[in-house]
Design a protein around this ligand. Structure first.
Ligand code: F6R
Length: 243
């Protein structure tokens, strides 16, 4: 696990964007894994600017998102598919249909989860996965207690995550859906390179466990200690509990 510390979120975004641009230069058909939320936004801003300048193209690339709330209407602004479209996909040149996400409106949820896993495998797997981390150590929506061998499935969000995400729902934790579909920890571990971003003191304890804690389902991100190629991009507040 390599750890990079910079105090400017823009600089962290450029570091991640450099990795993605290098990947696409080597293989324009690369498969990306996209996280939603505030942590990756500087990455998406940097990539959108580079795409606009003609320095990088996603025209032949594909991407898979990590997770989705269950039951939010298709036009809900906080549906993760809509968030990632607004934050990134609509700002670059992906081909129509090149970005897929778990279907939080599926009537047969186990079948939709199995189809999603199969789609990732059929695409050749994820070359570079962008991740954030929850204050409770979740990655995607694999909350504490998630199986380290898990695959895409339905999960219940913890009270902590609903509190953390209330900021996107007019401050009301009750408005945050209770359930989500999420790639599992084993799904994420199959990505060939993982780039995790975390900023702010609120992430410091989770980052400490990620890098220095015992591997445990109670801090799901610790499974990344078993991955051969993880880059962790932090500001000094998020790094403040590292030894
Ligand atoms: C989002 C996701 C979550 C977030 C995490 C941190 O697709 O998978 O694990 O990465 O909740 O969220 P932010 O970045 O908003 O602090």
């Amino acid at each position: 696990m390599e750890i990079v510390i910079h105090d400017s979120p823009q600089r962290l975004g450029e570091v991640a964007a450099d990795a993605i641009a290098a990947l696409l230069a080597a293989d324009p058909t690369a498969v990306l894994g996209l996280a939603t939320g505030s942590s990756p936004r500087p990455v998406y801003d940097a990539l959108a600017a580079r795409c606009e300048r003609g320095e990088v193209s996603f025209a032949q690339a594909r991407a898979f998102t990590l997770d989705e709330y269950v039951g939010l209407p298709a036009d809900h602004p906080e549906r993760y598919r809509n968030v990632i479209d607004a934050d990134f996909v609509s700002r670059v040149d992906f081909a129509p249909g090149a970005v897929q996400g778990p279907d939080g409106l599926a009537t047969d949820i186990p079948a939709a989860c199995a189809e999603y896993e199969a789609a990732i495998v059929a695409a050749g797997g994820v070359d570079l996965q962008i991740l954030g981390i929850g204050t409770d150590g979740h990655i995607a929506f694999n909350e504490p207690g998630s199986s380290l061998a898990s695959r895409t499935r339905i999960k219940t969000l913890t009270r902590q995550t609903r509190l953390d995400n209330a900021r996107f729902f007019d401050g009301d934790p009750q408005a945050v859906p209770q359930h989500c579909l999420t790639q599992g920890l084993a799904t994420i571990m199959a990505a060939r390179h993982i780039v995790l971003l975390a900023t702010g003191r609120g992430k410091a304890e989770a980052v400490h466990h990620l890098a220095e804690g015992a591997v445990s389902a109670m801090w799901p991100a610790t499974i990344l200690q078993h991955h051969p190629h993880v880059s962790v991009l932090l500001d000094s507040a998020a790094a403040s509990r590292l030894q």
